[in-house]
Design a protein around this ligand. Structure first.
Ligand SMILES: Nc1ncnc2c1ncn2[C@@H]1O[C@H](COP(=O)(O)OP(=O)(O)OP(=O)(O)O)[C@@H](O)[C@H]1O
Ligand SMILES: [Mg+2]
Length: 414
C-alpha cells in the first residue's frame, strides 16, 4: 500500500485514493483496494485530500473512496466540501460508510457522490462500484422532475394491497408487479379501477426503467418525512403512466433499505389505499424491518420463484424466518416464473417435488415469455402494449381478471 499519496516521492500513477481519519480502521478496504488497483492508489487524511486534488500528481485520479464511521458525521461539512472539490476536478466519489445515518448518506449522495458501499465491504462490492464508475452513464429518459400526475386525491377508497416479494433476485418480481398493475388498470375499459404501483425496492428498483419514467427526488422527500405526508403530497410524488395508472418510482439515489421505518411504510400504504382501488408494491428480495408491515397490510403477498435450488432454499429460509417471528407466512402466494411447458413432463414432476419438499402450493404458473418480455421491459412498456399475445402476458392478464372479479364480488357482498 502507498501510505500517503501526497508525500510519496515517486508515487507512480495514482488512479485512486482512500480518504479517511485512519485507514487502519478499514483493513478490508485496504485489501480490496490492493486487489483492484495494486500499488496505484494512495491514502489521504481529510485535511490533505483537498490540497492533493488540486496538485498535478492528482491528474490521473479516477476516483476517491471516502471512508467514514458515525464518528465522522460531525465532520460532514469537510466531507461535503471534499465531494464538491472532487466533482470540480472530474474525480468520482465512492462513499464507504460504516453505520452512518441514512440522512447523512443521502446528503452526501445528493452532493454528487456517485456510489455508496457499506462497510464491512460485502464480497465484490468495491469491485462492482468501480465497474459502475467506469461504465459511461446511459442517457436518462427525458422525464420531468415535476409530477405529470393531474389526478386529485380523493381519500375515499379502500384499496386492495398486492405485495410482490421475489424469493431470489432476478426471478421476475418487477416484471410481474409492473404488468399486473397495468392489467388491473385496463381490466375494465368502462369502469377502469384506479391503480397505484409503488417501488419499495429502494436500491435496485427498476419499475422506473420498465415504464420509462423518471426517478424523482420528491419520492425521497416524501419518504424521509412521512409525518407531514398528506394525500396531496402523496399524489404529487406519483407519476402517471400514460394516464392508465400511477407510479411511485424508487428514489434517484441508491438508498439503504432502513432509510424508511415501519411507521413510514404503514403511512404510505394507508394513504395509497385510501386513494386507489389497487396498490401493487414491488418489494426488495431482502427481508427488512418493514417487511412485517407489508405482510400485515397486504391482502395477497405474491412470492415469485423459479424452479431452481436457489429459489427453493431461499423460500425455505423465508418460511422458517416468518414462522420464527410468528408472522403470517400463510399469506404467501407462490408464483412459479419461467415454469415448464405443459408438455414438459419431467419439468412438471420437478415442480411437484419442489412444492412437496417445501410444503407449499404453487398457485400460479407463469411461462417463459421469451425475448419479447425483455424487449418490453427495455422499451419501458407493459407487455400488453407491445406483445398482447405473449404467453406470459396472457397469464398475468388472467390473474388480473380473477383478482378483479373476486374483489367486485367481495365488494358486492359487503
Ligand atoms: N417469464 C419471463 N419470460 C421471459 N423473460 C422474463 C420473464 N420474467 C422475467 N423476465 C426477464 O428477466 C429479467 C429480470 O426480471 P425482473 O427485473 O422482473 O426480475 P426481478 O426479480 O425484479 O429482479 P431484481 O432482483 O433485480 O429486482 C428481465 O429482463 C425480464 O424481462
Ligand atoms: Mg426487481
Amino acid at each position: 500500500m502507498t501510505s500517503s499519496a501526497a508525500l510519496q516521492p515517486d508515487p507512480g500513477l495514482i488512479v485512486a485514493c482512500t480518504i479517511c481519519r485512519d485507514v487502519q480502521e478499514f483493513d478490508l478496504l485496504i485489501e480490496d483496494m490492493e486487489t483492484e488497483l495494486g500499488e496505484s492508489w494512495g491514502d489521504l487524511s481529510f485535511e490533505d485530500a483537498k490540497l492533493f486534488m488540486g496538485q498535478p500528481d492528482a491528474a490521473a485520479l479516477e476516483f476517491v473512496a471516502i471512508a467514514m464511521t458515525p464518528q465522522d458525521e460531525s465532520n460532514l461539512a469537510t466531507i461535503s466540501d471534499l465531494i464538491r472539490t472532487a466533482n470540480d476536478h472530474n474525480v468520482k466519489v465512492i462513499v464507504i460508510a460504516e453505520d452512518v445515518s441514512p440522512i447523512a448518506l443521502h446528503q452526501l449522495l445528493k452532493l454528487g457522490a456517485q456510489e455508496f458501499v457499506p462497510y464491512p465491504l460485502p464480497d465484490g462490492a468495491l469491485h462492482d462500484a468501480i465497474e459502475r464508475l467506469r461504465t459511461p452513464e446511459p442517457v436518462a429518459p427525458a422525464a420531468p422532475e415535476a409530477s405529470n400526475n393531474t389526478q386529485k386525491a380523493t381519500g375515499n377508497h379502500n384499496g386492495v394491497v398486492l405485495a410482490v416479494h421475489g424469493m431470489a433476485g432476478g426471478v421476475g418480481t418487477t416484471t410481474f408487479a409492473v404488468n399486473l398493475a397495468w392489467e388491473l388498470a385496463t381490466v375494465d375499459k368502462k369502469d377502469p379501477p384506479k391503480v397505484c404501483l409503488i417501488d419499495l425496492d429502494l436500491q435496485y428498483g427498476s419499475v422506473a426503467t420498465y415504464l420509462d419514467l423518471a426517478r424523482r427526488e420528491a419520492v425521497f422527500d416524501l419518504l424521509s418525512d412521512t409525518d407531514s405526508m398528506d394525500k396531496d403530497s402523496f399524489m404529487q410524488a406519483l407519476l402517471s403512466y400514460e394516464d392508465t395508472f400511477h407510479v411511485m418510482t424508487a428514489p434517484a439515489d441508491m438508498l439503504p433499505l432502513d432509510i424508511i421505518s415501519s411507521e413510514d411504510v404503514q403511512r404510505l400504504i394507508d394513504t395509497a389505499k385510501a386513494n386507489f382501488d389497487y396498490v401493487v408494491v414491488d418489494m426488495p428480495s431482502t427481508v427488512v424491518q418493514w417487511t412485517e408491515v407489508m405482510l400485515h397490510a397486504a391482502h395477497v403477498y405474491f412470492a415469485p420463484l423459479e424452479l431452481d435450488m436457489r429459489s427453493a432454499q431461499n423460500t425455505l429460509r423465508m418460511i422458517r424466518a416468518l414462522k420464527a417471528e410468528e408472522l403470517p407466512f400463510e399469506k404467501l402466494r407462490y408464483i412459479l416464473n419461467r415454469s415448464p411447458k405443459f408438455t414438459d413432463m419431467s419439468g412438471k414432476s420437478r415442480v411437484k417435488r419442489m412444492a412437496e419438499s417445501l410444503d407449499i402450493d404453487i398457485e400460479v404458473m407463469m411461462p417463459d415469455g421469451g425475448k419479447q418480455v425483455m424487449e418490453a421491459c427495455d422499451n419501458g412498456q407493459p407487455i400488453g402494449q407491445t406483445a398482447a399475445k405473449n404467453p406470459l402476458r396472457k397469464e398475468i392478464f388472467k390473474l388480473a381478471v380473477s383478482i378483479h372479479e373476486l374483489n367486485l364480488s367481495v365488494a358486492q357482498a359487503d
